[in-house]
Write a protein that binds this ligand. Structure first.
Ligand SMILES: CC(C)[C@H](C(=O)O)[C@@H](O)C(=O)O
Ligand code: SF4
Length: 467
């Protein structure tokens, strides 16, 4: 039964049948694949003698293992070379479009699909990657899947899924200067917890989101999964349509008009029913930084690292683990924490608007002595655009390294890794133990502007005070 939310409308539109298990067989409009989670899926297909059912609905790129400095083939890392070759072969054998390095359109999978207009409202999108929730920014139902599900989508273009509940997260009001989409989503996860969204799709609504650009909306939806929600979305509106118009895969002419009117109809109805509604005020959000080992362990820049007794009982054990791993004392300010590495990039904050904003703060400043700072564009297109605007020069003059597109130190499956217990200021989305390539490496998540402030001062800083 439809409750009038976008989630329900998209779900119902894509339902093939209800399976005897009670699950829904859902048609997947767009399947995105990358080198990490697809090789085994293709192998399983080959074992069963199956073909890819809709090669046209499958799009591939390489992102996780891509070196951002020396991209000469074969890669120095033989495992990375094997992985890219496997994808090159599988996509060729199955007639799948593949945006390889040097194609001009390679990049992090969640950056390239939107920038080409592949991601559209009202769609179902799946990818063997948890941050597929990003595409929900367009009013799509987009979620990460495991390798066996990648196999299922390749073979049948469908998935067996249980329906989610829908929580509306309403944020209203204007963000303070120096506060970004990243801070909004870190704030939400802090308040609702990293498991708060389990079993839910998150609908982000309210004036704070309607006033955001598409790229800001993508930052928010990208981290829905960090709050436990399988997917997050924002209802499509004129901002969405303006962004899509003229992109490679966007409809044109009469088809465009038809599409826009269908897209509008997919948005949640004003009287839609939700399983839960939570409301926040944008004015209460500060530039936010994580101090711990989960994206939910965030605080405003002016706050101290929380003491155990200030936390709900259920959060104390993980806080204890975090104090010791992060080498931070409860009650001490996060501001002033020395950093070793500063990373700007990832599918959360590696888009052109992120780089523009970061460059604005980098201009006229210099990275502090002893700090390694680098910028990794989210895609080859983002890189070219940034270079056209001269952003690369601003970064290099300010002492940042300017790299090739990929996931890079977000996950460090490539050569960009922390050493020992180095601490990084990172515009990425996960601060798990060992996330950035060293088993003792430490990560502080923040907005790209805050990463620049940290790089310039050599310590966690408030971007609002960067002169
Ligand atoms: C490698 C991939 C499966 C993984 C994910 O699912 O998200 C990665 O992208 C990440 O960000 O941790
Ligand atoms: S940029 Fe980071 S979060 Fe995004 S897909 Fe790559 S590794 Fe995952």
């Amino acid at each position: 039964m439809s409750k009038g939310t976008l989630f329900d409308k998209v779900w119902d539109t894509h339902t093939v049948q209800i399976l005897p298990s009670g699950q829904t067989q859902l048609f997947i409009g767009l399947h995105l694949i990358h080198e990490v989670t697809s090789p085994q899926a293709f192998a399983m297909l080959r074992e069963r003698g199956l073909k890819v059912m809709y090669p046209d609905r499958t799009v591939a790129t390489v992102d996780h293992i891509v070196p951002t400095e020396n991209q000469a083939r074969p890669f120095v890392d033989t495992l990375a070379e094997e992985m890219i070759q496997a994808l090159e072969n599988s996509t060729k054998d199955n007639g799948i479009r593949f945006y390889n390095i040097g194609s001009g359109s390679q990049g992090v999978v969640h950056v390239i699909a939107p920038e080409q207009g592949l991601t559209q409202p009202g769609m179902t999108i799946a990818c063997g990657d948890s941050h597929t929730s990003t595409h929900g920014a367009f009013g799509a139902i987009a979620f990460g899947i495991g390798t066996s599900q990648v196999r299922d989508v390749l073979a049948s273009q469908t998935l067996a899924l249980s329906k989610l509940k829908v929580r509306k997260i309403e944020v209203n009001g204007k963000l303070q200067p120096g506060v970004y989409a990243k801070d909004v989503v870190l704030h939400i996860i802090r308040k609702l917890g990293v498991k708060g969204g389990v079993g839910y799709a998150y609908e982000y609504a309210g004036t704070t989101f309607t006033n955001m650009s598409m790229e800001e909306r993508m930052t928010v939806c990208n981290m829905a999964i960090e709050g436990g929600a399988r997917c997050g979305y924002i209802n499509p509106d004129d901002v969405t349509f303006d962004y899509l118009k003229g992109r490679d895969f966007a409809p044109t002419g009469e088809k465009w008009e038809k599409a826009v009117s269908w897209w509008r109809g997919m948005a949640s109805d004003a009287d839609a029913e939700y399983d839960d509604i939570v409301t926040f005020d944008a004015a209460e959000i500060e530039p936010t930084v994580t101090w711990g080992i989960t994206p939910g362990q965030g605080i405003g820049i002016s706050e101290p690292v929380p003491t155990p007794d200030s936390l709900p009982e259920g959060d104390r054990a993980i806080a204890q683990e975090a104090y010791s791993y992060m080498q931070l004392s409860p009650g001490s300010p996060i501001k002033g924490t020395k950093v070793d590495v500063c990373f700007i990039g990832s599918c959360t904050n590696g888009r052109i608007s992120d780089l523009r904003e970061a460059a604005k703060f980098a201009q006229g400043h210099h990275v502090a002595n002893g700090v390694k700072a680098f910028v990794v564009p989210g895609s080859e297109r983002v890189k070219v655009q940034a270079e056209t605007e001269g952003l690369d020069k601003i970064f290099v003059e300010a002492g940042f390294e300017w790299r090739e597109a990929g996931c890079s130190m977000c996950l460090a499956m490539n050569p960009d890794k922390l050493q020992g217990d180095q601490i990084s200021a990172s515009s990425s989305n996960r601060n798990f133990k060992g996330r950035q390539g060293s088993s003792t490496g430490r990560t502080l998540l923040m907005s790209p502007a805050m990463v620049v402030a940290a790089a310039v001062n050599g310590q966690v800083s408030d971007v609002r005070e960067l002169s």
